[in-house]
Write a protein that binds this ligand. Structure first.
Ligand code: ATP
Ligand code: DGY
Length: 524
């Protein structure tokens, strides 16, 4: 294995934050894990990412190298969980040039932000931007539909002299429902719910959403034509695909009928589709007939990703270094079943903590898991190389970071989320390891601060989880079978292992972290 690994020399641009050997400080591993997670979330705060992406120069703005002249011609629309804070910052930057705006944001967000002392993420008094709250429980509803109608109306009235700033973040699909007639909101909701419940990926789900909507799949850009459209996007989808984040309202895209059919048939939904949905799917999208070349990204639309999981991981790595770890970023695209993902982290921990040269079977199994968890062999080898150096060359503590969005196949009716379930499973994987004192510790957390329908973002775990639970009369496997990870962590040690950052006002998927302490001398 050593020979295989030596082929994969770490490269600073591929995740390893290079530099001198860090010194390990006295703070507990748990506290350090929480601090590194906080740094990840801080890096993608909505106001920060907008501020970093817009450069105001007198009566113009420069965005991603493109200059736009301001002449009291700026209109603003937005939809997504992080959009209120994004709009507040855009409003500050654009000043009087902002004529009018409408944003669709989650129900209750203004009150919650006020209660949490996050007034800087709220719009100013007498703002020209109208805020519409909707999509309770993350599902499209009548309020979100009204917001979508107002956004469509605003966009339709623009002329070639106008500039439309579109703010987009995760949760945008539910906050911008505009079903193509004759489909009703309820029918669209039923189709997307059935798909989500059957385990469809966000890529599949949003492919269908685009086909049933007036605004998704480039529809918003179409209505805004001939105005100049600039979309600032906070990505919550692996790989930052512009056409899929919030179902791509500013990205001209059209799914192949065969692709749509395949998805619906795969999840056995085709035969139960309402007549209206069949009708819309059966006819070509009229948008693409007229203005054929005018609503694509090369013309009047500029789409810019201004924040993503990679950005969060990069800042987390910097904080980890300050806290005495040698950071290595595995990948921002970890996906697949949590069972495979937990196995991967268990194996990597075993590899990093081996007292002797790790048995080659570990690396082989890690590489075999790659396709299941969406990670390239190259990234796995590069990461194992860093872990191996940490183990053998006295590099001290290592912080392995990754991000993404694994999947939990729900079999029970408990309360939990994918991060908490992943943390539980990694705890079990670490159980039988011959461990160095003080670790390893694993954290998994949703950057939006909410893991599934729970108050926690995730949890922190280690090899002692099983015994700790058993000593408190909690049968970890029962909780797992019932997908009851939140109840488990709430009851265990008075909830101390839960990660509860509260409302974070952002969303760039999940952050995973494996903290590996320095190996004792006799291990090296
Ligand atoms: N009891 C549970 N145990 C484990 N996972 C669960 C449970 N209930 C829901 N989930 C998972 O939580 C996910 C939904 O949670 P959440 O609302 O955090 O999703 P999200 O993808 O982050 O949403 P968004 O992208 O809109 O922010 C789904 O993947 C679902 O399978
Ligand atoms: O809104 C959505 O579609 C999801 O959050 C992915 O962007």
């Amino acid at each position: 294995m050593a020979r295989v690994l030596s082929l994969f020399r770490p490269h600073p641009f591929l995740g390893l934050v290079a530099g001198r050997k860090p010194t390990f400080c006295k703070m507990s591993m748990d506290t350090r894990a929480r601090e590194v997670f906080a740094a990840a979330v801080e890096a993608v705060q909505p106001d920060t990412v907008v501020r970093q992406s817009i450069e105001r120069k007198e009566d113009s703005v420069i965005i991603n190298g493109h200059k736009f002249t301001l002449n009291h011609n700026l209109h603003l629309v937005g939809f997504g969980k992080a959009v209120l804070g994004m709009a507040a910052e855009a409003e500050r930057i654009m000043g009087d040039h902002l004529v009018k705006g409408v944003i669709s944001v989650p129900h209750g967000i203004q009150q919650t932000l006020q209660q949490h002392g996050k007034g800087h993420l709220l719009l100013k008094e007498n703002s020209r931007i109208k805020v519409i709250e909707g999509a309770r429980h993350n599902l499209p509803d009548a309020d979100a539909q009204k917001a979508a109608e107002e956004i469509k109306h605003l966009a339709s009235e623009l002329t070639e002299k106008d500039l439309l700033l579109v703010l987009i973040s995760g949760g945008g699909s539910a906050l911008l429902p505009a079903p193509t007639p004759p489909i009703t909101l309820q029918e669209k909701l039923d189709v997307t719910r059935s798909l989500a419940g059957a385990g469809a990926t966000i890529q599949e789900l949003n492919t269908i959403r685009r086909a049933l909507s007036l605004l998704k799949g480039g529809g918003l850009a179409y209505y805004a034509h001939p105005a100049q459209v600039v979309a600032l996007i906070l990505s919550d989808v692996i790989g930052d695909p512009l056409d899929l984040i919030a179902s791509g309202p500013t990205v001209r895209s059209q799914a192949w009928p065969e692709e749509i059919l395949l998805i619906l048939e795969h999840y056995k939904l085709f035969n139960s589709l309402p007549t209206s949905v069949r009708e819309v799917l059966g006819r070509p999208n009229p948008r693409w007939k007229e203005n054929k070349d005018e609503s694509d990204t090369s013309g009047h639309v500029l789409n810019v990703v201004i924040g993503s999981n990679s950005v969060a991981l990069k800042c987390a790595a910097l904080r980890a270094r300050e806290l005495g770890f040698r950071p290595v970023v595995l990948s921002p695209g970890v996906c697949g079943d949590v069972r495979y993902v937990s196995r991967l982290y268990g194996l990597l921990a075993r590899f990093a903590c081996s007292r002797k040269e790790p048995p080659p079977e570990i690396a082989t199994e890690v590489l075999k898991l790659g396709p299941e968890v969406g990670v390239e062999s190259w990234d796995l080898c590069r990461t194992m190389q860093v872990l191996d150096e940490g183990r053998t060359e006295g590099w001290g503590a290592t912080c392995l970071l990754a991000g993404g969005e694994p999947i939990v196949e729900l079999t029970g009716k408990g309360r939990g989320g994918r991060n908490q379930e992943l943390a539980m499973r990694v705890g079990l994987e670490l159980r039988d390891l011959e461990l160095p004192p003080n670790g390893p510790v694993f954290l998994s957390g949703g950057t939006d601060g909410q893991d599934g329908p729970t108050e926690a973002a995730g949890a922190i775990t280690d090899g002692g989880l099983h015994d700790e639970a058993q000593a408190q009369g909690l049968d970890i496997n029962n909780f797992l079978v019932n997908n009851d990870s939140y109840t488990f962590f709430s009851r265990l040690s008075a909830g101390q292992r839960l990660l509860v950052p509260g409302l974070t006002c952002t969303n760039v998927m999940d952050v995973h972290m494996l903290l590996i302490p320095p190996m004792p001398i006799n291990i090296r």
